[in-house]
Design a protein around this ligand. Structure first.
Ligand code: NAP
Ligand code: MG
Length: 464
């Protein structure tokens, strides 16, 4: 595939500081499809300087003009829809239908939402004898993962630009080509030079240099808890703002009286989508003891429809496949009942994992507690609602979840008691304006909609 051999800094593609490169691999056939430059601290420094230089003018740009640039960005992304979907398929392995509907469609919605918010948001409010100004935080370091290569970028860059911040992006090493297409769209949208900058590179090199750079005001990170903790510590020590979107182990709670077949089918689909590589996936299915055996049978039937290489893509790389298979082996070793799938590779080539269902998972098991990030569902049995709640809240995470009940009020009452940032009631639809983010160790801060925009603002109070 076509790739830029430089960094997008200060409004142009510039040679990188070294000639080192990163190979981009198609996880479906394990072939190298491109190389991108491996950025160093020197590239990061150049990008942060460009972002700093561009900040005063962009911060002073009227919101209506920022909104116009974001509308143009949305249109430039829409113009590249086919190429973006092909690129996500090539570097992530997402099946074409998913690449188009979700990996391309969702970021278009989010970019559009921030074009509107930039125009409509109240960047000023009155409180008593004060006028409160919402001012941009400054230079933003955005560090993104590979699981939703464009969405994760847009969910940070669009609100940052809407707020009047400037940005340096370090995308995941596995999916830099989508990030380069995003940079092209930003350029063609007429966003002024230096407002958005892209440095491709490795996490411990370019990512670390960016998170630690003294001229960065806010670090927004999405990825693993391990790296998030380090970034939070570094940012805290430097008194920088930080937003962390980390892992999850979300519960799909099926209360008695729910439409069991629907709850199980939607629940399985939720985990199988993107091969289970979704931080908000409902990876634990909680079912009342009276409906449990029927739910297991329904789950086994449902998962059979997810054929690797067809509806389910590979995992992103060999390391993720190794990790996920390790969890499946651990589940078996710790006594969970394997009812579908297993650790064996379903296809000879590509980083595929068999869609897997475990029954009789108990809270003490590793697979009940840790984020697997693969097509693996854990079914857990509960005695009553309090027991279900204890299970649902019984992990260090709290990112998302679902509740199904015959009576919507009963589902809402249960959702109120859940320690988690989002709950879908009886299959509620994704809302690109609703705040997304974690309770507990799932993170700090919120993305999307007006709450996501507020992350990039700081207040200044004028008293009269
Ligand atoms: P990761 O290492 O945390 O990657 C996220 C981003 O951080 C990437 O851009 C990465 O660069 C960068 N990074 C890595 N080390 C860094 C450092 N020391 N300083 C600054 N930036 C750094 O995640 P991963 O290794 O790709 O995935 C591992 C696990 O994380 C998954 O199995 C899953 O459990 C979880 N995960 C969660 C999400 C989510 O949406 N919450 C997304 C992805 C992964 P490189 O790409 O070069 O590593
Ligand atoms: Mg990594």
């Amino acid at each position: 595939m076509k790739a830029h051999d430089g960094m997008y800094i200060g409004g142009q593609w510039r040679p990188a500081a070294t000639t080192d490169t990163i190979a981009v691999v198609n996880p479906a056939d394990e072939q190298v499809i491109a190389h991108v430059p491996a950025g160093t601290a020197e590239d990061v420094d150049a990008a942060v300087r460009a972002a700093r230089a561009a900040f005063p003018a962009w911060a002073a740009t009227p919101p209506a003009e920022r909104a116009a640039r974001l509308t143009a960005l949305r249109d430039e992304l829409a113009r590249r829809q086919d190429l973006i979907a092909e690129t996500v398929t090539a570097e992530l392995g997402a099946p074409p239908a998913l690449a188009r509907a979700v990996h391309t469609g969702m970021p278009l919605l989010v970019a559009g939402s921030y074009a509107e918010l930039a125009a409509d948001y109240a960047f000023e409010e009155s409180i008593g004898n004060s006028t409160v100004l919402m001012e941009p935080v400054g230079v933003v370091a955005a560090i993104t993962p590979w699981n939703y290569p464009l969405h994760q970028v847009v969910a940070k860059v669009a609100p940052a630009l809407a707020a009047g911040c400037t940005v340096v992006l370090k995308p995941a090493e596995d999916t830099p080509l989508t990030a380069q297409l995003f940079a092209e769209a930003v350029h063609d949208a007429g966003v002024p030079a230096g407002v958005f900058n892209l440095v491709t590179g490795l996490g411990p090199v370019a990512g670390q240099a960016l998170a630690a750079h003294e001229d960065v005001d806010l670090v927004s990170f999405t990825g693993s808890t391990a790296v998030g903790k380090r970034i939070g510590a570094t940012a805290g020590a430097a008194i920088k703002r930080v937003a962390l979107e980390l892992g999850g182990k979300s519960a799909n709670v099926v209360l008695p009286g729910a439409d069991l077949a629907k709850a199980v089918n939607v629940g399985i689909a939720n985990v199988m989508s993107n091969s289970g590589q979704t931080c908000s996936a409902w990876t634990r299915m909680l079912v009342h003891k009276d409906h449990y055996d029927e739910a297991v049978a329904l789950a086994v039937a449902a998962v059979a429809k997810y054929v690797p290489g067809d509806r389910v893509g590979p995992l992103v790389n060999a390391e993720q496949r190794r990790r996920v298979r390790g969890y499946i082996e651990k589940g078996i070793a710790e006594g969970a009942r394997l009812v579908a799938g297993g650790p064996d590779a379903p296809l000879e080539t590509g980083y595929y994992v068999s869609p897997t269902v475990f029954a009789d998972v108990t809270p003490g098991m590793t697979i009940a507690q840790e984020e697997i990030f693969g097509p693996v569902v854990c079914l857990m049995k509960y005695e009553d609602e309090d027991d279900a709640l204890a299970l649902a809240n019984g992990t260090v995470y709290g990112l998302a979840g679902a509740v199904w009940a015959g009576d919507e009020a009963q589902a809402v009452a249960f959702a109120r008691r859940m320690d988690t940032g989002q709950v879908d009631i009886n299959g509620g639809r994704f809302n690109p304006l609703a705040p997304f983010g974690g309770y507990k160790q799932s993170g700090v801060g919120r993305e999307l909609g007006p709450h996501g925009l507020a992350e990039y603002l700081q207040t200044k109070s004028l008293q009269f």
